[in-house]
Design a protein around this ligand. Sequence first.
Ligand code: ADP
Ligand code: MG
Length: 323
Amino acid sequence: MAQSEFELIARYFSRLGADRMDVRISVGDDGAVVMPPPSRELVLVTDTLVEGAHFPVGSPAASIGHRAFAVNLSDIAAMGAEPAWALLALTIPRYDEAWLAQFSRAAGDLCRKHGVLLVGGDTTRGPLTITVTLAGIVPVGVALERKGGQAGDAIFVTGSPGDSAAGLALEQGRLHVADAMSAQILRDRFLFPTPRSEIGVALRGMASACIDVSDGLGGDLEKLCAASGCGAEVDAAALPVSEALSGAVGRELAREYALTGGDDYELLFTVPLARLGAMNNAVARGLGPVTRIGSLVAGGGVRVFARGGVMQFSGAGFDHFAR
Ligand code: ADP
Ligand code: MG
């Protein structure tokens, strides 16, 4: 890498995120040295975004910077860990200062909000591809897993799933929404998803199983069910669809977006009935937007109950009114 390019990287990536006292050596050496607290476990996650596959070609640099870290923060949250240190492997077609400034500012804003410091990375030239690796801290033995849910447990989801998939459809011109305000809200839900770090940490000792919704609520619930060895029943009327989404596409289609969309980066988790009181207290104390949508049941598979029938989830989507 040429010297000027290195200076560019140093300018945009050497102090990105929160100040952390537990980082001894950071960007600028051959490796980063961090000091995990004693008797804690580290949770390690990584996710890659490829232009044209994970975001539309020509997406705003700020959105790409935000999402690259948000998707990893969401995985850390789903494990019930506190995000701490990040690495960034950045492949860019050219050194575009304005692009780098917007990308790094948005990434930095999100990292600061979540207590994360970027401690190293790699920068190469090539088709736009961003890989973030993130480490989180959790007390020994309490990390949340996809397994652990049991028949009878209540199923909850954060936020309003489906918005992001509609936002992406708007970005790609596959969906048209008359109301400009709703359209902007939905677009922003795709471009700038909200990782649920605080909720993930609060769910330790409370949730029996947890997964983050990246591929669509129905499919990800199916994964949680498979890992937990049970099935799920979801009440379609309980799905927390946003006003922006149901206003834009109608209630029926909004539910379909919520169940089969994707890129939500919400948490989907289960709570044993014995801990529902604690869960409701946490909500009353301001845990954040969580909604009960159904229950785990014996058996397998995901069924959604709606007025007029039952939808059975099957791999790619839902078969309407399968009995
Ligand atoms: P080396 O060739 O020894 O790997 P690099 O030139 O790749 O050195 O990186 C120099 C320093 O800059 C390292 O500390 C590396 O972690 C950091 N770095 C490079 N690119 C990035 C990036 N995109 N984000 C954060 N740190 C980076
Ligand atoms: Mg390198």
